[in-house]
Write a protein that binds this ligand. Structure first.
Ligand code: HEM
Length: 314
């Protein structure tokens, strides 16, 4: 299969599973846009020459979301997780760079081709005449996909109360061109107080909780780089790297994200969501793809997905 057919096939498969919901993303359909800023650590500036990692505060747009492509799916429903966090760093010269992360450490599969097989299996296992055999066969060959499907993904107490993982590794380059490979993680700076809403199936609370919490005070998250060990596969985001024990990978704090406000006006919120098109392939000098095939594929996929969901202008 050529690349354009693969990308269109992936989008068709996602629309087949979730249906078409006018103007909304085919996955992560329900979300909320917030604004804030990012301040890089001195370690980040030593690691990369990227403009937003030099230390001066950089304006930030964030979108928190639920996995499902069905916008009416509630926060407590099983298809709501993993939750997503997309970040856009707005640079002085009008450019931007993005990180698109989710709350599961890993991905079901390593390549877009495998992901198509996974989605096709899921589609065949549902619908009017369900046939579970293709999915069963796929999961038998891809145990990490099985683990992903079976992992409980409960709703968090707050979008701000859990970790998010970049999954696909990147290469950071310093001023002299020296490279470090790693994966992003975004995590709460401190444990949050008890939730104000219950995370029960059928309940919808995450968007309101975020607005209420930020109405009281800004929230802070850490951006961390989990560094690759010399023999780590940089092209397989389905495999989580150890975080504890003797094989724990070194970690470097890249900076602090301060989340300040949400778009309170419902119409503006909807318009912002539609206009935004985050893209994990939107990189700038000082940050490169690591060789993971998913980054290039996601770059083209998200571009095509945004074109499909946006209204055609006459
Ligand atoms: C081949 C693999 C993947 C495919 C086919 C895929 C597909 C998509 C598509 C079509 C969208 C909607 C884009 C838009 O309309 O703007 C999307 C959004 C998203 N994806 Fe993926 N994705 C893949 C891998 C991943 C991975 C590895 C992660 C987590 C690290 C991830 C997290 C997200 C998030 C958080 C969003 C919502 C972004 C936003 O708020 O705009 N995806 N994905």
């Amino acid at each position: 299969m050529n690349q354009p057919d693969l990308y269109e096939g992936l989008l068709d498969a996602l629309y087949g599973i979730f249906g078409r919901h006018e103007g909304l993303r085919v996955t992560h359909a329900k979300g909320i846009v917030a604004h804030g800023s990012f301040s890089a650590s001195p370690a980040a500036a030593r690691l990369s020459r990227a403009a937003h990692l030099q230390g001066a505060p950089v304006p930030l747009t964030l979108r928190f979301s639920n996995f499902s492509g069905v916008p009416s799916s509630a926060d407590g429903d099983p298809d709501a997780g993993p939750q997503g966090l997309a970040l856009r760093f707005l640079l002085d010269d009008g450019r931007h760079t993005d990180i698109v992360a989710h709350s599961y450490d890993g991905f079901p599969v390593a390549t877009p081709e495998q992901f198509l097989g996974f989605l096709q299996g899921i589609a065949r296992a549902g619908g009017e005449r369900p046939d579970p055999l293709p999915l069963d066969a796929f999961l038998a060959r891809h145990p990490r996909a099985k683990r992903y499907l079976e992992a409980p993904k409960p709703a968090p107490a707050s979008y701000l109360a859990q970790e998010y993982f970049g999954v696909n590794s990147v290469r950071l380059l310093d001023a002299a061109g020296a490279a470090v490979h790693g994966r992003y993680r975004i995590e709460p700076l401190q444990a949050l107080t008890a939730p104000s809403h219950a995370a029960l199936p059928g309940t919808d609370f995450l968007g309101a909780e975020l607005g209420e919490r930020l109405g009281r005070a800004p929230a802070r998250l850490r951006l961390v780089l989990q560094c690759a060990a010399p023999d780590d596969d940089l092209d397989d985001g389905s495999l989580a790297w150890p975080r504890s024990g003797p094989d724990a990978r070194p970690e470097i704090e890249l900076g602090i994200l301060t989340v300040e406000t949400v778009e309170a006006d419902a119409q503006m919120q909807a318009a912002r969501q539609q206009a935004l098109a985050f893209n994990p392939g939107q990189l700038i000098d000082g940050i490169e793809e690591s060789g993971d095939p998913m980054i290039a594929a996601r770059a083209e996929l998200y571009r095509r997905a945004a074109l499909r969901r946006r209204p055609v202008r006459a």
